[in-house]
Write a protein that binds this ligand. Sequence first.
Ligand code: OFO
Length: 167
Amino acid sequence: MKSKNVEKAINEQIVVEAYSSQLYLAMASWCEKQGFAGASRFLYMHSDEERMHMLKLVHYLNDRGGHAIVPALKAPPKEYKDIFKVFEDIMEHEEYVTASINKLLEVTMKEKDYNTANFLQWFVMEQVEEESVFRGILDKISLLGKEKGMFFLIDKELDGMAAAPVA
Ligand code: OFO
């Protein structure tokens, strides 16, 4: 890969995507233990999607003559306050991922690496879609209200979303 700065920035994004996958896996496992079958199904699927994002970057970087580094990751949280907090945390995390993709895109523009900038458009659009999915879930939560009795309804809703994935 011509630009070492772009290579470094892609490797940093690999860490972000790998951590996203681990974070959603931890959340899925917590939801499963709490008996939220729908939420856990949805989150296991989402964890797989994040791994796919990471792999996309790994293959791209290696194909372009760089070296994709498989990173050590910090452990995601084991416990969550409730199912609502899980989705609030996801929204916050996805906003962070969007900012990180944008930063990576800025590096490619600065380095005049237009091929990589073009490749990253897929990620830009993916973030628009993911933020909209998670914002939609948070909207449903605020419509239903955050009482304990609503856990079941939101779980059912997520089960439907897992059965018919948006993307
Ligand atoms: Fe959830 O996002 Fe990857 O990119």
